[in-house]
Structure formats: C-alpha cells, structure tokens
Write a new protein. Structure first.
Length: 567
C-alpha cells in the first residue's frame, strides 16, 4: 500500500478522498479503478486488515475486567458508552477519546466516532437495506423540508452494483417499501423465530418477519471467507466475512496502483480559489507533526462522516463563503437526523424445549415498515421497522445460584427458557432547527474548533414510539409468547448511531447544499456522499444508500472530468 507519510507540503493528484469508512472506501475504489491518481486522507492512525485485529480471537476469560471498562476509561468514552453498543475491552481501540475530541451538547447527543483507517466500517451493524420510492417521495408528498432530487430508479442499478461487490445475505420478499436486492443465501432463522414469522403471517395481512439483510458473507466472495458465526464482528473480522473498507474496497483500490493513503491527516478545510471560481484542494493538519500542508486535485470527495464532512464545509470560510463552503442556502449544518430506537417488546415462549441453535448468528430478524404505506394514520407520518431475535437462556444461572448436587447437574445440562424481542427503528423528520454549528470557544486537542449539537425528537416521533411499543407487543402475543412486556427506554439523538443530513441534496441551490449527483451546488468539483447528503432519513439502516450514492457520484465525477467539466 502506497503510504505518503512525509510528503512535500504541496502535491497534486487527480482526486482527493477525505475519510476511509464505508463511503470513503467506495470513493477510493471507484476513482482509482477508473484511472485517477487518488490521495486518500485519514485523520487517524493506520490499521492493517487482520494484523491489527488484536482481540479477534480472545476468549471471554482472556479479556481484562470481564470485558468492562475501568472507571478511568469510562471517563474517556463518556459520550459513546451511553449507546450500550460500545465500547468494551474487546473493541475500545476503535473509538475516539471524548476528552481529547470534545463537542458541546446543547441537547443530549451521543456522538460515536472512530478515527482510524476503515473508520466505523469496522464496527457498523452491517444491516443493509434499500430505500424505496416511498422514501424518496415522502418529503414532497408530506410537504415538509425539500424534495429529493433523485428517485429509486436513479439508485437501483447502483444498489445492485454495491450489493454484488460487498456481499449481502437476505431473503427477497417482494415488498414495495423494501426493494429486494442481489443477495447471498440468508442466514437461517432459529425455531422460535420461524414460529413467530409464521404466526405474524397468519395474523397480520400487512406485516412480515424476515432474516436481517446484513453484509455478512454466507458464501466465500472475492477472496473473502464466509461468516464463522462467532458474532465478534465489532473486533474486526480476520476472515473478511463482513464488509469493511479494510477488507474490501481499499484493497481493491490498492490493487490499481493509483491510491496513496496518508494517515494522521486532519482535513480542516477545502481550499476555494475565487479567481478560478472552484475548489482547488484541501488544507490538512498533520496530527503527528502539527504542520499544515496542502494537497490539490480537480476532484474532491468528502467522506469524513456526516458531522465530519459538514464540519469541513462549515470551516471552509472565504470572502465568497463567509458561512461555509456552499452555504448560500443557509441549510448547511441544519436538518440533522438519526433513527430513534429503544422501544419495543419482549416475551417468553414455553415450547421448543428440546431445541437449541448452532453458533452465534451475527444478524437477527427484521420486520419491515408496515405503517403509512397504504392507509395513513392521523397521529404521525412516516414509519418504523423492527430488528430483534430469539434465544435461549444459557447455563449462567447454575453459577450464580450456587446450586449443588442433582439440582446443579440438571441446570448444567438444561438451557433456559426461550425469549424473543423486537426493537423498533423509527424515522426522524428533517427539522431545520435540528442542527450543528462551529464552536470557536471549545477547542480539541489539536486546537481546532469543535461542534455544538442542538438536536431532539419531536411530537411526531413521540407519537410513533407509542405505536412502536404496542405493535411489537401485539405481534409477540399473537405468536403465543407469554409475559410480554412493552416498553420505552427513552431516547436521545445519536443513540441510533445513524447521523444523517446537514448538507442535504436538493433541486434548488436556494434550499439545499448538494445537487442530484452529490456535488456542492456552488463548488461542483466537491462531492459529499456520506450521511450528510441525506434529504430525509427513512427508517432503514442507511449505510447501503451511502455506498450506492458514492459509487454513482464517483463514476459521474470521472465522466465529467474526462469531458473537461471539472478542471
């Protein structure tokens, strides 16, 4: 891999990609495969696939402190640990130090970040769902925010392209609200999940349960091994069995010989030449030397994460753009979204006492959106889906009960009762007042300004949450589960770890930041193809859409560059 650690202060490339996560890896792959000499800038450290997955093979008893953080470490990760998703001893190497990288929560917001090569593609949940025309048309239909400048037909071939390369397992279901894709065989449901699937089909005409569509390989693919059902994905997969930029797109880019990777490179702003009326490059703070260096290219892709890319645009100020590059509309930094969760139901099942399951399947079940597809509710718009799964209790009770004799032996050979849960993922509307802004008063460890985040759910989401809990409960009860409990654990933005918006796509430069090809309206050689580009959130996990948008935009950029439209 071509590393550019001590490059001269000025260097020119055909393209620059900022960020190496899910979308940045795709930008690097597409641009280099089309022949562009591409500089890929990562603000964090270098990570090597397999070699740097240092905890991937450790057993539970080999992890210190029972895999829990120490008191001091909890202070370091004080924002991220709210999610319950991270961090732990097995994966703490993938999360940023919140003390060194502060931000201001005007309203509570748990911001999960990973500053290293591969970014959050190492730790993402891997659920990969397409958006549909129901989602792309929603803003126009509901008369809120702005209309998407694209429709499903514009992205469908790129969904095909991305799924075929990364490998997604799933079961086609023929639903208009959840288009089918190019799938490997699905991961098999266990006996209780199959039972609940059947009962939902028998009792509800508008609902189905299917296997979660995740970017975990069920068959070897492109030199990567199939999933081993260890469910240690968050540590980094040495088999390459799930998609990450480290195991997939970056190696593809490396094989072209056209990629130069430069770690420890914090992009602080895009350089805009007012005489040429175009962006000419990026300014970088070297995280090791603290030197400022500049790199130049006719094509620039910002893939630094939703808030990271928008930070760069906001910080790219000039006489032409005093409020941030491309911010003529005043929408830059606004319309921040997430998916709200932490609400659903769980219950117990008395049957299948003679059945268990093999391995630790790294996906779960999925119940696609069924609300506001045909009949429209009066209490809220948009909808939600569920993720969840069934399992049996293990033998832990035998330890904590400290049983002896025949009672102990019985517990050691008899697993516990079957349980199943469904947890909702709901859409958050694109409210203008949900926003981020630069905070010049609070600086990070490098002396750079930080972000203030002012974001919350509102009445539409609160009404939806009541239905999310009740609907989950009625499905489990219809399936014959006992002791069904519905509940709402409460929610603050960021907990979904699906930041979206803040540099939205749109048809009009007066009301949006990006056009239909993800170009900044007022600087068309700058492309933003990560979550910042999203015009609405839908309720599906968004990463597959980022990848499709990126592949589409990168191929368009190469075409326009060859035609001389971006020089």
């Amino acid at each position: 891999m071509n590393l550019n650690l001590k490059v001269k202060k000025e260097a020119t490339y055909d393209a620059i990609v900022v960020g190496t996560g899910v979308s940045g890896g795709w930008a690097a792959k597409e641009l280099t495969e089309k022949g562009l000499k591409t500089l890929v800038l990562e603000r964090g450290r270098m990570v090597k696939h397999i070699e740097d997955y240092t905890t991937a093979h450790l057993n539970p008893w080999e992890l210190p402190y029972g895999n829990r953080l120490t008191t001091e470490e909890e202070k370091i990760f004080h924002a991220q640990k709210r999610t319950g998703y991270s961090p732990r001893q097995a994966d703490k190497q993938w999360w940023v130090n919140d003390l060194e990288n502060p931000y201001t929560e005007i309203k509570p917001f748990a911001w999960v970040r990973g500053y290293h090569l591969g970014g959050r593609s190492i730790t993402w949940g891997r659920h990969s769902y397409r958006l549909s025309d129901i989602d792309f048309e929603a803003n126009a239909k509901d008369g809120i925010a702005v209309d998407w400048p694209i429709r499903y037909k514009d992205l469908a071939p790129w969904y095909d392209y991305v799924e075929t390369f990364i490998g997604v397992n799933g079961q086609p279901e023929g639903l208009p609200q959840l288009p089918d894709g190019k799938y490997q065989p699905p991961m098999e449901l266990n006996c209780l999940e199959k039972h609940v699937k059947q009962k939902i089909a028998e009792n509800f005409s508008d609902r189905i349960l299917t296997s979660g569509r995740t970017a975990n390989l069920t068959q070897p693919h492109h030199g990567r091994g199939q999933c081993q059902y260890r469910d240690r994905c968050i540590r980094g997969c040495p088999f390459g069995a799930y998609f990450s930029s480290l195991s997939s797109t970056l190696p593809a880019a490396e094989q072209t010989g056209n990629m130069t990777i430069r770690p420890f490179s914090i992009v602080t702003e895009v350089i805009f030449d007012e005489n040429k009326n175009k962006a000419t490059g990026v300014r970088v703070l070297d995280a090791e030397t603290r030197e400022t260096v500049e790199f130049y290219a006719p094509v620039i892709f910002l893939n630094a994460s939703t808030l990271g890319s928008t930070f760069i645009l906001l910080n790219s100020k000039s006489n032409r753009f005093p409020n941030g590059l491309g911010n003529r509309s005043g929408e830059l930094g606004h319309n921040l979204m997430d998916h709200h969760l932490g609400v659903g139901a769980e219950g117990e099942y008395d049957g299948f006492q003679d059945q268990y399951y093999s391995g630790r399947r790294p996906n779960g079940v999925y119940v696609p959106r069924f609300r506001n597809i045909k009949d429209q509710r009066k209490d809220y718009i948009r909808g939600f889906g569920y993720q969840g799964g069934a399992s049996r209790g293990n033998w832990w009770d035998a330890v904590k009960e400290m049983s002896i004799g025949l009672d102990l032996k019985k517990k050691l050979v008899t697993p516990g009762i079957w349980k199943m849960g469904l947890s909702g993922f709901g859409e958050v509307l694109p409210y203008h007042e949900n926003k981020i802004s630069l905070n010049e008063e609070v600086r990070d460890v490098f002396g750079l300004p930080t972000l203030s985040i002012d974001c919350e759910i509102k009445e539409n989401e609160k009404a939806m949450r009541k239905d999310m809990a009740n609907s989950a409960g009625e499905m489990l009860e219809a399936a014959g589960l006992k002791n069904v409990l519905t509940g709402d654990l409460g929610f603050q933005m960021g907990l979904g770890i699906h930041e979206l918006g803040t540099a939205r796509m749109g048809k009009d430069p007066k009301t949006s930041v990006l056009n239909k090809f993800n170009q900044v309206h007022e600087a068309p050689n700058v492309f933003v193809t990560d979550g910042a580009a999203m015009t609405s959130a839908a309720n599906q996990n968004p990463s597959l859409t980022y990848m499709a948008l990126t592949a589409r935009a990168a191929n368009y950029a190469v075409d326009q560059l060859k035609k001389g439209n971006l020089k």
